[in-house]
Design a protein around this ligand. Structure first.
Ligand SMILES: [Ca+2]
Length: 267
């Protein structure tokens, strides 16, 4: 009996602090998310993105402290917040990028998601957006025209559109200014395309060029610097560079059927 008492005490002293330390480390490595717990969940890579409660994927952008969503925010994702936007004049399903969403609504949606998950989501800064799109002259590289199916712009797909589609396109285009198409380029989508329809860039991010213009976080009153990326209506090579910004006056409450947004997650 004496032997057993002496042998048990050191064993107990070793195991109890060990269990306490293991529990402490487990607590430090876990992030609560919607009632679930994901160990070390923000250690994302291009190959293994962080996936949030809505199924949105986020990848690192080198030189920043954020993970960027690999796709634009979709119609279905936007509706989950209870928000609503005017439907565009062209058909969209839930997997298309939400449009007619103004800057205030875009920011509010990121705030809603932050509240829902207990994380910090927001619009990207201009600096983050530029680092994500890269240093090539155009989002797809340095060549002109863009390779076929490299993004959703105004391509030759319009030559075969129906008469029902043309009036909508003319209306989108500045109240009837004759539309132009990119010679030698086609992408197979007249209007918005489902997000992620085209190949991702080197970081694993889709549609930074084309599909819809994207709001960025910093709002400078009456400036021209709050949206990037171009849209399905663009054809001008000077307007489709990686650094191109909107050149029309826009406001926090501007809604257009070629403007959407994507969000980032602060690490
Ligand atoms: Ca197109």
């Amino acid at each position: 009996m004496k032997f057993r008492q002496m042998s048990m005490q050191p064993f107990t002293l070793r195991i109890v602090p060990g269990l306490f330390l293991a529990a402490l480390l487990l607590t430090q490595c876990q992030v609560p998310t919607g009632g679930r717990v994901q160990p070390n969940s923000l250690a994302a890579t291009k190959e293994a993105p962080f996936v949030n409660s809505l199924g949105m994927k986020f990848v690192p952008v080198p030189g920043t402290q954020i993970l960027m969503c690999t796709t634009e925010t979709t119609v279905s994702q936007y509706r989950l917040s209870g928000g609503s936007v005017p439907p565009p004049e062209f058909p969209q399903d839930g997997n298309h990028p939400v449009v007619n969403v103004d800057w205030n609504q875009s920011k509010a949606w990121c705030d809603w998601l932050s509240q829902k998950e207990g994380r910090k989501y927001r619009l990207p800064t201009e600096s983050e957006w530029k680092k994500a799109i890269g240093s090539a002259k155009y989002p797809w590289g340095n060549s002109w025209p863009p390779p076929n199916y490299s993004g959703n712009y105004s391509g030759q797909e319009w030559r075969n559109c129906s008469e029902d589609d043309l009036p909508v396109f003319y209306k989108i285009w500045s109240g009837g200014v004759k539309m132009s198409l990119i010679g030698g380029f086609s992408d197979n989508h007249l209007y918005t395309a489902p997000v992620g329809s085209y190949a991702a860039n080197g970081l694993g991010i889709h549609d930074l060029g084309g599909n819809v213009w994207e709001w960025t976080m910093h709002w400078i009153p009456e400036s021209y610097e709050s949206r990037y990326g171009g849209s399905f209506t663009d054809f001008d090579r000077d307007y489709m560079t990686s650094a191109a910004r909107n050149v029309a006056a826009i406001h926090r409450t501007t809604k257009q059927d070629e403007i959407g947004f994507r969000c980032v997650l602060v690490r």
